[in-house]
Design a binder for this molecule. Structure first.
Ligand code: TXA
Ligand code: MG
Length: 306
């Protein structure tokens, strides 16, 4: 299969929009830009297409997908009687990088949620993602458009480097603004819980709710199925250096890649570049600005755990 590339600047032309939409309607997969990372999108109502996502990503069957909507009124196709606190967060942060966990309506095939009774939903803010969902008038299931376990894609080239020839199209909407995935929040036994730290900081959510978010790590059990798997890691070994004084000793190796000015926006580009250039290890000094970013620290820790 030839993977077609379409340019969105920031929107698709009407002709390209019609083509991209026809792929999705025909049960094919398309890489789409969002403000966080690129997504590998399929029509939420086509289980065979959803199955293809799991297959080409090599995604474990028990890791559920996020469903993307373009209007709040699409939410009632996915869930019933959403909890008022979740709606409060939706009103505050959508469109934007916040994913909320609701109860799943039975008419949404359980493959989307990997068999769970819940469903993850977000409204992205990238104009082209909204444009495509609007045109199709159907929510899109879309995990990050990378091979399972490896760094997420923040450019159309990243998507092609993982899936060229395996998907019908990729829409190039430029580099992702946030560069790191959405924050995932939901209820666990009546407690609002941070399932995955992400582009929206915990404090911003806590400020809106006037309450703390429960932290699953404290109980040491992965409640978001995706959290238990190898994640975000390049082939090169990721080494985190805590103390600046340890740093020079470790960098004398020509096979070491040392990112300059690492931040949430460029993390995945750096990890991918290290592999592309054949480095064996990536050495990262944990500066105060890195340490103070919970989502960035989460991805770095996970990437270094392999
Ligand atoms: O920013 C993002 O969220 C990107 C863009 C494309 O929207 N998507 C993304 O999807 O990061 P993915 O599949 O790479 O990560 C989805 C995360 C996983 O950790 C998964 O376990 C969790 O969301 N998740 C999905 N549905 C869930 C559910 N029903 N309950 C708990 N966690 C869920
Ligand atoms: Mg992912």
């Amino acid at each position: 299969m030839k993977t077609a590339r379409f340019l969105a600047n920031p929107l698709l032309t009407p002709l390209d929009l019609a083509l991209v939409s026809s792929f999705v309607r025909n049960g094919q997969l398309v890489g789409i830009p969002t403000e966080t990372v690129y997504g590998l999108a399929a029509d939420v109502y086509q289980p065979d297409a959803i199955q293809k996502i799991f297959t080409i990503k090599g995604r474990p069957a028990d890791n559920p997908l996020i469903v993307h909507i373009s209007h709040l009124n699409q939410l009632n196709r996915l869930t019933e009687s959403p909890h008022p606190l979740l709606m409060r967060l939706a009103e505050q942060f959508w469109p934007g990088p916040l994913t909320l966990i609701f109860f799943r309506k039975p008419e949404i095939d359980s493959i989307v949620s990997a068999g769970l009774s819940t469903i993850a939903v977000r409204m992205p803010s990238h104009p082209c993602a909204l444009q495509i969902i609007d045109e199709l008038k159907t929510p899109l299931a879309a995990p990050s458009a990378n091979r399972s376990g490896y760094p997420s894609p923040t450019t159309a080239d990243h998507v092609l480097s993982d899936f060229d020839g395996q998907i019908s199209a990729v829409v190039d909407g430029g580099p992702c603004l946030e560069g790191i995935e959405s924050t995932v929040v939901g209820f666990v036994e009546n407690q609002l819980t941070l399932f995955r730290p992400g582009a929206i900081h915990r404090e911003a959510i806590e400020d809106v709710l006037h309450t703390r978010l429960f932290d699953p790590q404290m109980k040491n059990r992965p409640i978001s199925p995706g959290m238990k798997y190898r994640h975000y890691a390049p082939r090169a070994k990721v080494i985190l250096v805590e103390d600046e004084n340890d740093f020079p000793k470790k960098i004398e190796n020509a096979s070491s890649y040392i990112p300059k000015d690492l931040n949430a926006q460029n993390l995945y580009s750096h990890l991918r570049k290290a592999d592309q250039l054949g480095y064996l290890e990536v050495i990262i000094l944990l500066t105060d600005s890195i340490r103070s970013n919970e989502a960035l620290m989460n991805r770095l820790t996970r990437a270094s755990e392999v």
